[in-house]
Ligand binder design. Structure first.
Ligand code: HEC
Ligand code: HEC
Length: 280
């Protein structure tokens, strides 16, 4: 397919989750709604478990409904599954815990506690009628084909300035109005940490290609998506919580991949030192 001629993401979905107004009345409906509120306003509704100013919805768009942004309906029916990241079979609940520890730079809520039960209930309800055990079209983030030229930070910097800085700020810190984060930060003290999926250039390229610039998904070329992902993931952010005190050995254990810049030296600077953390 020609660059830029990709179908809008919505056309690729193989599954349509129920509409919000179909959330049932009664105690089950209340917990489903609570899960949705945690997903949209995470720090306010999952107090004590969030260590940055992101919300789940920032990376799983349309309240976890949007195909090609790892929608909850696609995820719910994909677990339990073996994951190379944890080297074990993870349940859906442990997958949710992972996004708290890394993407939200926070703490994993306890299994069976109100936060996880609400999120599980919301995802279960969104997946109503979806078949289990097969990857639904639109589940996960798309894999973007390897670009003609190796991803390049300097080309990525130019893409960022032209197509991202308007919302995410020239320094990638997003935009705030008082205590409210209007546009989310891409790196630095308030963003996802080095252990997050989005810190992997392949995952970031997939998310960005399908979903960014916001409301203009699938307008970047594959090359632009990889270049800007490489640039974004070459910026400093909070330390990986699995840090063992040594960047080289932490890279070896957890980041031994061509898609991770952790522990690499870029423009004379060793990445993976971590930033201080700002909560809100
Ligand atoms: C900074 C971006 C980001 C934020 C914020 C974020 N996630 Fe994720 N999430 C990801 C990435 C990246 C993946 C990996 C997707 C993949 O492997 O294709 C992922 C995967 C998932 C999955 C598994 C998806 C699948 O299809 O297997 C679930 C469930 C999930 N996240 C839930 C959450 C919840 C709940 C929150 C909020 C507490 C959250 N995420 C916050 C980026 C994020
Ligand atoms: C018009 C404003 C706008 C532009 C331009 C834009 N974004 Fe975003 N971006 C957003 C919004 C809003 C969200 C959160 C979406 C939500 O919560 O529904 C987001 C979320 C993200 C996220 C996940 C959340 C995070 O903070 O890590 C990444 C990564 C991202 N954008 C990268 C980019 C890149 C790269 C570009 C340029 C190619 C770009 N964006 C251009 C508005 C924008």
């Amino acid at each position: 397919m020609a660059q830029g001629a990709a179908e809008p993401a919505a056309h690729k979905a193989g599954f349509t989750p129920p509409a919000e107004r179909e959330i049932p009345a009664g105690p089950m409906g209340d917990v489903i709604r609570q899960g949705e509120q945690i997903f949209l306003h995470t720090a306010a509704n999952a107090k004590g478990f969030v260590g940055n100013s992101l919300n789940c919805v920032n990376c799983h768009l349309d309240a976890g409904r949007r195909p090609d942004s790892a929608p909850l309906w696609g995820a719910y029916v994909s677990y339990p599954a073996y994951r190379s990241k944890t080297r074990e079979v993870d349940t859906f609940a442990s997958r949710l815990r992972g996004c708290f520890m890394y993407s939200m730079n926070g703490k994993a809520p306890p299994e069976g506690g109100p936060v996880l039960v609400a999120l599980e209930s919301y995802a279960y309800w969104l997946a109503k009628g979806a078949p289990t055990g097969e990857k639904l079209p639109g589940a996960g983030y798309p894999k973007v084909p390897k670009p003609p030229q190796a991803p390049d930070i300097e080309r990525g910097r130019a893409v960022f300035a032209a197509k991202c800085a308007l919302c995410h700020g020239v320094d990638g810190q997003g935009q705030r109005a008082g205590d409210t984060q209007v546009f989310p930060p891409l790196w630095g003290a308030r963003s996802f940490n080095w252990g997050a999926g989005m810190a992997g250039v392949d995952k970031a390229a997939g998310f960005i290609k399908a979903n960014m610039p916001f409301s203009k998904g699938n307008t970047l070329t594959d090359q632009e998506a990889w270049d800007v992902a490489q640039f974004m993931d070459a910026q400093e952010r909070p330390q990986d919580p699995r840090f063992d005190g040594n960047i080289a050995s932490t890279r070896k254990k957890f980041h031994d991949s061509e898609y991770s810049l952790y522990g690499q030296t870029v423009n004379g600077k060793l990445l993976g030192q971590g930033t201080p953390v700002a909560r809100r």
